[in-house]
Design a protein around this ligand. Structure first.
Ligand SMILES: [Zn+2]
Length: 85
């Protein structure tokens, strides 16, 4: 199966693989291409990196439904800001 893009939802699912270096190189390239054009996912990745820095590892809390809701808020606010621009 060859994928050429990930949706934002897939990005959220895959972020742990990315940060753990568990992602195959071709998927990593797709992931990074999405990051280059998606401020919402970039913000989420940064948030996850900070969580890992503080906790020393990925935590259950970082992957909770609440964390994913927070991400969707980031997207909503971003889209709102775009439409106001
Ligand atoms: Zn995205």
């Amino acid at each position: 199966m060859t994928r050429e893009y990930f949706t934002c939802r897939e990005m959220v699912e895959l972020v742990t693989d990315y940060l753990e270096g568990a992602m195959p190189p071709h998927e990593r390239a797709i992931f990074e291409a999405h990051l280059a054009v998606c401020p919402g996912c970039t913000a989420y990745l940064e948030q996850m990196r900070q969580t890992i820095r503080m906790a020393g590892k990925l935590t259950e809390e970082a992957l909770s439904p609440q964390a994913r809701d927070d991400l969707m808020d980031v997207f909503r606010n971003w889209k709102k800001a775009q439409s106001n621009a």
